[in-house]
Design a protein around this ligand. Structure first.
Ligand SMILES: Nc1ncnc2c1ncn2[C@@H]1O[C@H](COP(=O)(O)OP(=O)(O)OP(=O)(O)O)[C@@H](O)[C@H]1O
Ligand SMILES: Cc1cn([C@H]2C[C@H](O)[C@@H](COP(=O)(O)O)O2)c(=O)[nH]c1=O
Length: 221
């Protein structure tokens, strides 16, 4: 897949953060906000978002599959992503839609590399193949301390295979996200995921609206 073959006209926006940070909640608020402004948008979640991706998600998150090797895990996340990018994200961006994606490559960097200690260069290389090196224009990192993330998860009936990993894994994930955001301040916006849900949504919507206006003025995507 050669990215140059696609004329990307829409904005690609990813949402990242630990479990329970409020990504799904905020994506719904932002989608409603954009639609009210007449800005066409679509939403996806990873792993999943396609029939093949949803089947891979079932495998990845199945709490009974405790024998899964880190290499298998890393490749399955990338395979789901490859299908989503080519089948859904690129066509939507080409049509000028704003794409809101619940997790993307940064999740693999923090969970599979920083969390599970897989070689960073290899995770990056595999994901370059999976995505044709398609990167988000903006990434909102919803940051939440591990204890609060665990508390929000307690409300759920059952934990999935990733949620069952220990607290030190989830601490590395949080720290990993914070260091990624520091390395790429142009792309990342760090949002504190504590407090009034609508207020958090307004912070994101205001920043995104500026970005949409900027891109429309410059025609630079
Ligand atoms: N700002 C907030 N304050 C308190 N609770 C919140 C806040 N935002 C979301 N929640 C609650 O936390 C839970 C998790 O929210 P949500 O499903 O949106 O998170 P998520 O980041 O998508 O989680 P996951 O990655 O595990 O799918 C929900 O019960 C939601 O209502
Ligand atoms: C994309 C992606 C996800 N993960 C992990 C992160 C979560 O624990 C689950 C996805 O569940 P969610 O409720 O939809 O957030 O998978 C990962 O480890 N690597 C990835 O690339």
């Amino acid at each position: 897949m050669k990215l140059e073959a696609f004329a990307v006209k829409g904005l690609f926006v990813s949402f990242e953060g630990p479990e329970g940070a409020g990504k799904t909640t905020q994506i719904m608020l932002v989608r409603n906000f954009l639609q009210a402004q007449g800005i066409p948008c679509v939403t996806y979640r990873e792993p999943g978002g396609t029939r093949i991706g949803d089947a891979i998600r079932e495998i990845l998150l199945n709490p009974e599959l405790t024998e899964m090797k880190p290499r298998t895990e890393m490749l399955l996340y990338a395979a789901s992503r490859a299908q989503l990018v080519e089948q859904e994200i690129l066509p939507a961006l080409t049509k000028g839609y704003t794409v809101l994606c619940d997790r993307y490559v940064d999740s693999s960097i923090v969970y599979q590399s920083i969390g599970a200690n897989w070689e960073l260069e290899e995770v990056i290389a595999v994901n370059q193949i999976a995505t044709g090196n398609l990167k988000p224009h903006r990434t909102y990192l919803l940051d939440l301390p591990v204890e609060l993330s665990q508390k929000r998860l307690q409300a759920r009936n059952q934990r999935d295979r990733m949620e069952l990993k220990d607290v030190s894994f989830h601490s590395r994930v949080r720290e990993g996200y914070l260091s990624l955001a520091k390395k790429e301040p142009e792309r990342f916006r760090m949002i504190k995921a504590i407090g009034n849900i609508e207020d958090i949504g307004k912070q994101i919507a205001n920043d995104l609206l500026d970005l949409v206006k900027e891109s429309q003025a410059n025609h630079n995507f």
